[in-house]
Design a binder for this molecule. Structure first.
Ligand code: KIV
Ligand code: ZN
Length: 515
């Protein structure tokens, strides 16, 4: 058994959310946070409290709710950021402030316009300020992957002396190679005189597809915390994927002298939850959580696995939570069974009214589809029940005609701010006709930049889950809709995106502000 513990710091709710179109409501963040806690993630970075009032409230709610994981808030090395993070984290049983400043020559000169001495001074000041709120302070040297080693050693030593208990080394732009990044961590641990007073952490981006490899190389060289996200969600090409890091370490215990405390059987459910909330589908061949990750197509492989599983499988599907779809509820299930199953999935309702609303939708679905799986429940709850705003646009009815040789048409009636309006439009296909009709009524003027359909479970009676991405004046929103009829699911997704566009989440970006 491994001697050391590897701390898993999940940043799905902060860096993951910085992915264009992945903004989450407070309610959605809470659902994911509960699942991460259930999975025994050590630290949950819940957001960037200074970014917006919504982000502040989300971090506060996660801090109020989560008991078994440390809740973390991000703050630039600025007084207003640190104080806001400290305030949001007040209700947490275990709180961490994560403060950062850029340390690479290009960032210090071009972005911060500060000298290296000023950067060290600001970092030390920020760590001390954060220590007024909590003893658990993490310091990150942003763009450490392109920073000079002597300067990195100097600032890390100063941050530890000022009271930082975790030192995070980010490869912010995903530029490093595994051997080089591992060497950086080893050198830091060897050269910084007070290195033994802090846990060394890494935070890798995936621009060259190396985020997981770089993180693992760092672990082999002494890092004992990895920052990662579910499904590798994150800005640009994303962050290191939690499931890949955790399973690599667990599977290769012959190589790693540390392990995580994670309950890996929750991984697939957590991946599905994040995908359904953000509308970012998981590619079928994605390691660990892709639909094909454990599917053996070739006859030779199937034959081998049947004779002896380990001929072609290095992990057991059930160890990461792949079980055969379980029929959990049906037409005759009552409200209590419904509530209990949702509770097991980490979904709680703010009020009886919301529960009743969800239960009514469940009954409607059970009439159309006899077997209701966990994935159906997640989609059902994701749709609107948990939105923390009242949607301005609602679908009242829709009729679509599609016939060989004829142009498809859609008759759509919407309630916009309570007033019903209808229109009929033609399109290249039924979905196109429905979108044209909705756009004629709501006039978002937005560009449709993504349309994707996935079946939630298998079988032709499965619900289709549709993601629509709309872009307008630099704002990007994703909308989701689920239904056994994919044209209706598409219309719901478009309406959901339009509602989000009309309720913009104003937020600052952590890496774009000046210090
Ligand atoms: O990528 C990065 O450098 C970050 C820091 C804020 C840790 O996300
Ligand atoms: Zn990052």
């Amino acid at each position: 058994m491994s001697s050391d513990k590897l701390i898993i710091f999940d940043t799905t709710l902060r860096d993951g959310e910085q992915s264009p179109g992945a903004s989450m409501t407070r309610e959605e963040k809470l659902r994911i946070a509960r699942k991460l806690e259930q999975m025994r993630v050590d630290v949950i970075e819940a957001g960037f409290p200074i970014a917006s009032p919504g982000d502040f409230e989300a971090v506060k709610s996660v801090a109020e709710t989560v008991r078994d994981s440390t809740v973390c808030g991000l703050a630039r090395a600025l007084e207003k950021d640190i104080d806001r993070a400290g305030e949001a984290l007040k209700p947490a049983r275990s709180a961490r402030i994560h403060t950062f400043i850029a340390t690479s020559p290009i960032h210090m000169e071009q972005k911060l316009r500060m000298s290296p001495d000023q950067v060290v001074e600001q970092a030390v000041w920020a760590v001390k300020r954060a220590r007024n709120y909590t003893d658990d302070v993490e310091f990150s040297a942003e763009d450490a992957g392109r920073s000079e080693m002597d300067f990195l050693c100097r600032i890390v030593e100063a941050a530890i002396a000022a009271g930082a208990t975790t030192i995070n080394i980010p490869d912010t732009v995903g530029y490093n190679l595994p051997h080089q990044f591992g060497e950086t961590i080893r050198t830091l641990i060897e050269r910084v005189p007070n290195a033994d007073k802090a846990v060394f952490s890494v935070h890798c981006h995936n621009d060259l597809g190396l985020a997981v490899a770089n993180s693992l190389s760092a672990v082999l060289n002494g890092a004992r915390q990895v920052e990662c996200t579910i499904n590798g969600l994150g800005e640009r090409a994303g962050n290191a994927s939690l499931e890949e890091v955790v399973m690599a370490v667990r599977t290769r215990q012959d190589v790693f002298s540390c392990d995580t405390d994670l309950d890996t059987t929750q991984i697939v459910a957590c991946s599905k939850l994040v995908s359904s909330i953000t509308g970012f589908p998981v590619q079928p061949n994605k390691a660990i959580v892709g639909a094909n990750a454990f599917a053996h197509e070739s006859g030779i492989h199937q034959d081998g696995v049947l004779k002896h599983r380990e001929t072609y499988e290095i992990m057991r599907a059930q160890d990461v939570g792949w079980t055969a779809n379980r029929m959990v509820l049906g037409k005759h299930s009552g409200r209590n069974a419904f509530r209990t199953r949702l509770h097991e999935l980490g979904i709680e309702f703010e009020s009886e009214e919301k529960l009743n609303e969800a239960f009514a939708r469940f009954k409607e679905l059970a009439d159309k589809k006899h077997e209701i799986f966990d994935e159906d429940l997640q989609a059902l709850v994701s749709e609107t029940v948990h939105a923390n705003y009242e949607p301005r646009i609602k679908l009242v009815s829709m009729k679509v005609c599609s016939e060989t040789g004829e142009k498809p048409t859609a008759d759509v009636v919407l309630a916009i701010d309570g007033e019903e309006k209808g229109v009929s439009s033609a399109g290249a296909g039924p979905v196109d006709a429905a979108f044209q009709a909705i756009e004629t009524l709501v006039k978002t003027g937005a560009k449709l930049t993504l349309y994707s359909v996935n079946n939630i479970t298998s079988g032709t009676d499965s619900q289709g889950e549709v993601t629509v991405r709309l872009e307008k004046d630099g704002a990007i929103v994703n909308g989701q809709g689920a239904d056994t009829d994919i044209v209706i699911a598409s219309a719901k997704a478009y309406i959901n995106a339009a509602n989000r566009l009309m309720t913009p989440l104003e937020r600052e970006h952590p890496q774009r502000g000046d210090v």
